[in-house]
Design a binder for this molecule. Structure first.
Ligand code: COA
Length: 338
């Protein structure tokens, strides 16, 4: 028997407001046809002005805790992945902990963008395997809409992203049969900071030749909006996610054909089709949600997990592989029996 961690509850939440590509046509110099052809996205969700990232996370967390069949007071840690926290500091985990009403337990914010949730899952797994924690709430939540350039010039990045949250509870488990029992099998985490400026949010920040971390010049130059070199991101996303997953499966002695479901990050439908094609994965084993949510960064994988459960495509005992890629560049892969 070996101490391990498993996913015991999943929850998600997306704001009610649906923003279609046609809605964006009225704000930006874009078209439904272009967005669908190049990305697969049809619509995304945007929050109202009075909603924060920890508000979205709270709703997803309550559902995950309920589905795990535990009391919130049984949680002994919160790990929160987001690039769009309520405030620069303290971390979004602190705000969520207060809203959830579980004072005293540690909270940790993960700043690894689209790869954030897999980093968070891997960290939770290691805390649980060390024996120090029993029930960890792991969240990915984002509000992109408040940070996008919604002017006609904002089309490059503005059409890609959406708001949402997903949460899981990870709990300690004794694994008797490593092949059959539900548990996290293996995770690989990566980063190459030499690509940091290919997809980033420059301001506000201390990385400027300025005495202030936020000034009018930064705002005038639009440095508070995300900047992206789409082509470089695309090529590297395909390369790094496939490499990571191939290495992970090899190390874990798992064959691709034995994997029941692939829950990839959702940045572009064409990225996931290319991944499936390169690795010989049948398209029906890849669960995609980008059509209805856009790219929700750290929320993407748990949101997809929850939708897959709701649609009956993810069932207990299934072998699942996830891979993600994002700003940093960061990338990761994970294998788990659900
Ligand atoms: N609507 C309409 N036209 C657009 C547009 C939009 N939203 N965005 C860009 N265009 C235009 C470009 O200006 C360009 O016009 P030009 O040929 O007159 O210069 C044309 O469409 C082609 O742009 P290009 O950037 O070459 O398109 P692409 O096929 O590379 O697709 C992305 C762009 C962003 C969809 C694609 O590169 C991508 O998905 N990259 C990965 C992004 C990503 O995953 N980011 C998050 C990482 S986690």
């Amino acid at each position: 028997m070996a101490l391990s961690s498993k996913i015991t509850g999943v929850g998600s939440f997306v704001p009610e407001r649906v923003v279609t590509n046609h809605d964006l046509e009225k704000m930006m110099n874009t078209s439904d046809e272009w967005i669908q052809q190049r990305t697969g996205i049809v619509e995304r969700r945007w929050v109202d002005a009075n909603t924060s990232t920890s508000d979205l996370a709270l709703k997803a967390s309550i559902e995950a805790i309920e589905n795990a069949g535990i009391d919130k007071n049984d949680l002994d840690m919160i790990i929160f992945a987001t690039l769009s926290p309520d405030h620069d500091f303290p971390g979004a985990g602190c705000f969520l902990q207060d809203k959830l009403g579980v004072p005293g337990i540690p909270t940790l914010d993960i700043r690894q963008q689209c790869t954030g949730f897999l980093y968070a899952m891997s960290i939770a797994d290691k805390f649980i395997k060390s024996g120090s924690n029993k029930n960890i709430l792991v969240i990915g939540a984002e509000i992109h809409s408040k940070g996008l350039d919604r002017s006609p010039e904002g089309r490059n990045v503005g059409v890609l992203f959406g708001d949402g949250a997903g949460a899981i509870v990870m709990s300690a488990t004794d694994v008797k049969d490593g092949k059959a029992d539900s548990h996290i099998i293996n995770c690989h985490l990566h980063c190459d900071g030499s690509y940091a400026k290919e997809l980033w949010l420059p301001g506000p920040g201390t990385g400027f030749n300025s005495e202030n971390r936020c000034d009018q010049k930064m705002l005038d130059e639009g440095l508070h909006f995300p900047q992206m070199n789409g082509k470089v991101v695309f090529v590297n996303a395909v390369k790094k996610m496939s490499q990571s997953l191939i290495n992970l499966c090899k190390e874990s002695e798992v064959k691709f054909e034995d994997i029941d479901l692939f829950l990839f990050h959702q940045a572009n439908l064409r990225i996931n089709s290319k991944l499936a094609e390169m690795m010989g994965i049948p398209e029906e084993k890849v669960f995609n949600t980008i059509q209805k949510y856009g790219n929700t960064t750290a929320a993407t994988i748990p949101l997809g997990m929850h939708d897959a459960v709701k649609e009956g495509k993810l069932k207990p005992g299934m072998l699942v592989a996830s891979a993600a890629f994002g700003s940093g560049f960061t990338w990761a892969s994970s294998l788990y029996r659900f």
